[in-house]
Design a protein around this ligand. Structure first.
Ligand code: SAM
Length: 203
């Protein structure tokens, strides 16, 4: 299928090969949404400042944004930071397999300072590895999430993300310290930018 490939310097390459994983077991979907997650949730503020700059530059094109796996049990700090750079009317979703913690979200500095209301981000309990999002997005970020998945579920997630994005929409990934920005095409994804952890770059 077309969306299995990115076009890099004219040569098709499997997008899946960019996201190696050490996880071999496959969680049972349907149950995991309601079962306690054994892995520790972690995140921090300003983790995605570089990709937020990109989103800000392109904000006129972004009416719907989904942050997949922003650690909703910790208040989805990255999603609030992105909400701040997008236009006022944009819909912004914090998508996770764990429940959204409103008390933690209230502690995010942008909420505490009164720059954003707590309900300016919409929490969504959803496993991207199970099915596409219930909304069509102009940009989707999936940062440090594939490390929680088996190779099979990474493939399913990428396919579901492709289906959840509008044509020319953006996919932002972070995996093994490398951030990438892709654009959805009719037949796949084009890699627009890549930041290696060793490079000093705003991304
Ligand atoms: C390591 S945390 C990353 C947090 C944040 N994105 C960051 O980079 O700081 C991984 C997150 O992915 C979520 N996650 C794992 N599998 C998922 C799935 N199938 N669909 C949606 N979210 C998932 C976890 O619940 C967790 O919040």
């Amino acid at each position: 299928m077309g969306y299995r490939y990115i076009l890099e310097k004219g040569h098709p390459k499997s997008i899946y090969s960019l996201f190696p994983t050490k996880i071999s077991t496959r969680p049972r979907f349907g149950q995991e949404l309601f079962m306690p997650i054994r892995r520790t949730q972690h995140t921090r503020a300003h983790r995605f400042d570089g990709s937020n700059e990109f989103l800000q530059e392109n904000k006129s094109k972004i009416k719907t944004f989904a942050d997949i796996g922003p650690a909703n049990s910790l208040g989805a700090v990255s999603t609030y930071e992105t909400r701040l750079v997008l236009e006022e009317g944009a819909s912004v979703y914090a998508v996770d397999i764990v429940k959204f913690n409103k008390e933690k979200a209230a502690q995010n500095s942008v909420v505490r300072s009164g720059k954003l209301r707590i309900d300016s981000v919409k929490p969504l309990l959803h496993a991207i590895s199970a099915k596409p999002l219930p909304c069509q997005c102009d940009a989707i970020r999936v940062g440090n999430v594939f490390g929680w998945m088996s190779a099979e579920d990474i493939v399913r997630s990428i396919n579901n993300i492709w289906k959840s994005l509008r044509l020319n929409g953006f996919l932002i990934t972070k995996h093994d310290g490398i951030q990438r920005i892709f654009k959805k095409t009719k037949s796949g994804f084009i890699l627009l930018r890549q930041l290696d952890k060793t490079l000093d770059s705003p991304l």
